[in-house]
Design a protein around this ligand. Structure first.
Ligand code: SMG
Ligand code: MG
Length: 369
């Protein structure tokens, strides 16, 4: 297809409760939506996972808008006939900005798959109609508050709980959740790089609580410390921020820095690179699961397609719409047990509700022909 025009729409949706991590507290989700239109009129949507701040990664709303308008859009517009498979390579001259690139690739995928009537899940090689999902629970002021929040999610049906941890909020909350809710709850923790190697004994103290994994304890460029930690603790080490490409995933696995990988298409530059990571991990018998970035229904639909691939054997951070927003941008995603349905319609299978989109829009920047 040949791209003719588009727009970058910044939306802001209040979260139903603030989400505190080791790096910041978020009260709303701000996202750049990439909307692209082909010369035959086909259009597609992609959601950029970047936040309004540069605390999880170096990308944020303003960088996505700038690189999108000034570099990514002109490259794709001027490339003539393209397919989604070309996007990653076409955008390679632009260094970094993987979240912005992923959103453009997703919009191209959505538009082109709508033309052929194929769902993203089928296109990627999905094998499941429903996927197991979990919920990521932010840091709370008190352990009692945490127990209330976790109890509410378990009542909702979630069977896998991820607790955000930071130094000073780790072993005690994990112990409290285990003691209150019992051994059958699938429990894991995410440190968002909040620790250093000197803290390894604290992380080792988590071993007795039978966790599925500990996610990204150390800074993203420090694979060596993750490998050293993995030698010293029993809980499997999972990487999130560190895994930026299939090559990096292979490197981390080969050096023993992780035995489980969190895949976020935005963090790795696109859904096709995410699939390559899935393939690399599957060949190495490393389980993967789909991470989340508080996406609206647009990004969540695409994540569900990714999570339907066979190597995604652990529940993803893909929760129901109600965990995030009073009203989502799309038809709401609703839990059935601890699962969500993989969209079956063409492309990502959802579109923004136009009234809701208008109500959430902060700015719109046209992408001209
Ligand atoms: O989308 O349910 C979700 C949130 C999952 O905890 C989650 N994501 O490091 O894995 C992670 C965090 C990053 C979120 S910061 C916006
Ligand atoms: Mg994480």
């Amino acid at each position: 297809m040949r791209l003719a025009s588009g727009e970058l729409v910044v939306v802001r949706l209040p979260l139903v409760r603030p989400f505190r991590t080791s790096f910041t507290t978020q009260e709303h989700r701000e996202a750049v939506l990439v909307h692209l239109v082909a010369d035959d009129g086909a259009d597609g949507w992609g959601e950029c996972v970047a936040s309004y701040h540069p605390f999880y990664s170096d990308e944020f709303t303003a960088t996505v808008l700038a690189v999108g308008e000034q570099f990514l859009w002109p490259i794709l517009r001027d490339a003539g006939q393209i397919t989604a498979a070309h996007v990653h390579e076409l955008l390679t001259p632009v260094r970094g900005h993987r979240m912005a690139k992923a959103a453009f690739e997703l919009a191209v995928l959505d538009a082109s798959l709508r033309t052929t009537g194929t769902s993203l899940a089928d296109h990627l090689g999905g094998v499941r109609k429903r996927v197991d999902v979990g919920v990521s629970v932010g840091i709370t002021d008190t352990i009692d508050q945490l127990l209330d929040v976790v109890g509410g999610y378990l009542d909702d049906g979630y069977q896998r709980i991820k607790l955000k941890i930071e130094p000073g909020f780790d072993v005690e909350p994990v112990r409290a959740v285990r003691d209150r809710f019992g051994p059958e709850v699938l429990l894991q923790v995410d440190a968002n790089a909040g620790y250093e190697m000197g803290d390894w004994r604290t992380l080792a103290a988590l071993d007795e609580h039978d966790l599925l994994l500990v996610e990204q304890p150390f800074p993203e460029d420090d694979l060596g410390s993750h490998a050293a930690l993995a030698e010293r603790i029993e809980t499997p080490v999972c990487l999130d921020e560190s895994i930026t490409s299939a090559a990096r995933a292979l490197e981390a696995i080969e050096m023993g820095a992780c035995s489980i990988v969190n895949i976020k298409a935005g963090r790795v530059g696109g859904f096709l690179e995410a699939r390559r990571i899935h393939d690399v991990c599957r060949a190495a018998r490393v389980p993967v699961w789909c991470g989340g970035m508080l996406e609206t229904g647009i990004g969540r639909a695409a994540n569900l397609a990714l999570a339907s691939l066979p190597g995604f054997t652990l529940p993803g951070d893909i929760s129901a719409s109600s965990r995030y927003f009073a009203t989502d941008l799309t038809d709401p995603f609703e839990l059935d047990g601890s699962t969500l349905a993989v969209p079956t319609g063409p492309g990502i299978g959802v579109t923004p509700d136009l009234d809701r989109l208008a109500a959430c829009t902060v700015s719109t920047a046209p992408l001209a022909d």
